[in-house]
Design a protein around this ligand. Structure first.
Ligand code: SAM
Length: 322
């Protein structure tokens, strides 16, 4: 097992199935251009081997499938048909849910029990202004169908001062009523925001600000969370839970256990580092040839982790997934 000086190791793998996306969210894609697939994306087979090899080489226990938008990937069905049989303790998916109704049978066949849906507002015109793609009603319908099929749903919202602050409480109430757990994600200094302090502060909403907005409508208390959890979790008695992924306000680098594999075969040990390690070539090799080289790269990737706090990164979320 590869462990660093702070006692951290990789347990959670996030795999990006494609860099293509059917949205162009303002905080992720500043120029608003449609994201297309990279030319050299891995085959579904190489991605499957990537997960299998990393389970063995790094001790991965939990997998999150992301993107770009994973549901637009032509590899999605093939990848999902194998991923349920790898002995992972947990598999989940992060999606904007635009194609959820259509792809739901694939998720259910793969044995997926929980998903995260990114949704920043319930207001159709604000939705169009932020996501710059898709249709709000289709997303909400997809979530209803997933819920009816028994999937556990978390909703990810990035609160932005200038765009959706008025949606914090309505979206929370919507989620509480339906048994979805809302996760507020503090805006991260990624991609263009890493070098635009003014732009970042114009939009950033802190944990304290969120809690005071919520506290005006609901009584809440802090709830327990696993040691390597990224979210601070709260309980609203009798109604449900919400969480805040407070990258800035409560940094969680000290216990970070995440590893990321991009759709083009790069390993990223830390979102706040521009270091990355190419493993695409190793995924075409048999296990016994690939694992020793993979382990050497995993040592480097673990060494890329920040000690204490996220300090911004040129890496873009649209490529590597949330
Ligand atoms: N397309 C999928 C989706 O929409 O969930 C998966 C990829 S998307 C990049 C993953 C998550 O990252 C989304 O919840 C999105 O809101 C979040 N995200 C992207 N850029 C971000 C930023 N700068 N700060 C905080 N969250 C960000």
């Amino acid at each position: 097992m590869i462990v660093d000086r702070q006692g951290r190791r990789f347990r959670n793998l996030r795999i990006s199935l494609t860099s293509a996306c059917n949205y162009a969210c303002t905080y992720c894609v500043p120029d608003g251009k449609r994201l297309v697939a990279a030319r050299n994306e891995l085959s579904a087979e190489a991605m499957i081997r990537g997960v299998e090899y990393l389970i063995e080489a790094a001790g991965i226990e939990r997998l999150r499938i992301t993107g770009g938008e994973p549901l637009v990937s032509p590899r999605f069905e093939r990848f999902m048909s194998r991923v349920g049989r790898m002995g992972l303790a947990d598999i989940s998916l992060t999606t904007n849910a635009q194609l959820l109704s259509r792809k739901l049978p694939i998720l259910l066949d793969a044995g997926i029990r929980r998903i995260n849906v990114s949704l920043d507002t319930l207001d159709p015109s604000a939705f169009r202004a932020i996501a710059r793609g898709g249709d709000l009603a289709t997303v909400l319908e997809g979530m209803e169908q997933a819920r009816a099929a028994g999937l556990q749903i978390k909703v990810n919202m990035v609160p932005l001062l200038d765009r959706n602050l008025d949606q914090v409480v309505p979206l929370l109430d919507y989620c509480l009523e339906r048994g979805y757990e809302l996760r507020f994600i503090e805006l991260m200094r990624m991609g263009h925001l890493a070098n635009d302090a003014n732009g970042f502060h114009r939009q950033f909403v802190s944990l304290d600000r969120l809690l005071s907005l919520i506290g005006a409508h609901h009584e809440y208390q802090q709830a327990d969370a696993p040691v390597d959890a990224t979210a601070v979790r709260y309980r609203i008695p009798g109604k449900g839970y919400f969480g805040v992924i407070a990258n800035e306000s409560v940094p969680f680098c000290r216990t970070c256990s995440r590893l990321r594999l991009s759709s083009t075969g790069w390993l990223h040990g830390c979102l706040s580092s521009s270091n990355r390690h190419y493993v695409g070539d190793l995924l075409d090799k048999p296990r016994h040839q690939s694992l020793p080289a993979l382990q050497r790269l995993l040592v480097k990737a673990l060494d890329d982790k920040q000690a204490v706090a996220f300090s911004g990164g040129a890496t873009v979320m649209k490529i590597i997934g949330g």
